[in-house]
Design a protein around this ligand. Sequence first.
Ligand SMILES: [Zn+2]
Length: 337
Amino acid sequence: MKKIFVRGLLSVTLLLCSVSLLFGWGMYGHQHINHAAVFALPPEMRFFFYNHIDFLTEEATVPDLRKYTINDRAEGPRHYINIEGMETMPIDSLPRTMKDAKAKYDDKTLQKMGMLPWYIQEMMEKLTKSFKEKRKTEILFIAADLAHYLGDANMPLHTSLNHDGILTGQKGIHAFFEAQLPEYFGDSYNYKVNDAVYLPDVAAATWELVKHSNSLADTMLLIEKNLRATFNNEKMFKLDEKGDTVRNKFGLLTRSDEYAAAYHKALNGMVERQIRHAIQDAANFWYTAWVNAGKPDLSDLDPQELTKSNRKRYEKELKLLKKGQLMGFKVELEYSR
Ligand SMILES: [Zn+2]
């Protein structure tokens, strides 16, 4: 895409983006990511995190509530980065850390273009400090938020200037991909990932995942564009008895079951793969912060009775997770079936 074209459309795009609700993975995806990540942690962390798995699961969507419900203006740019709109390309030439980014760009640019990869690194520093000082509430709060931003980073359109497909005439694809598809098909995904691994270079790991996610943006847009060509409008959207297009709970148009199934199939597992990536990243980042904090003992942060009484549910969940499934929480759905 030509830079001049990109700049010309930038302000229009940002304006259009700001009026629709674009979450990251929807409530379904974010809650599944945070919940599943707990089981990839080593035992020294897992039982403490499991004691608070309900909090970690609910808190998964709070960064989006701060953005939309509370209307916190500082929150928005933490959820995305418009890679193609930055002054410097390719991705490898972008500043690695928040300090570098602040030295290079003014506040206005960062607000406009987003700061997701840099904010993830800031949250990592905060989480490491919380572990070091064994501040229980901070650990849980920051860990849950960090996993949200890692989730967003794994949603290809959160790294792209073409945030909601407007530049390519595909408005609405954002929520379709991140919320409607996981809600429709996510119950069959496999949520069991590998054991958490230590990340020796957090900045490098952050950029690696952002780069990978960004590389998928064109593909997922193109796949939908090709699919659109084979559907007429009447078949593309879900209609009610009166013939009006059904809207989700945030007023966004709902694609038809047929169209959703066709797109999901054409994506060939991309949604599930990216959600699994996000789960793995959340566990890896949490684990790395704990190691960098000197592996503090977390077992004395909760009363022994709590850990003991949670044991039964934990065993049940673990058994189910062996088959790739999760239990113990109910997501507030955005789309009706
Ligand atoms: Zn978000």
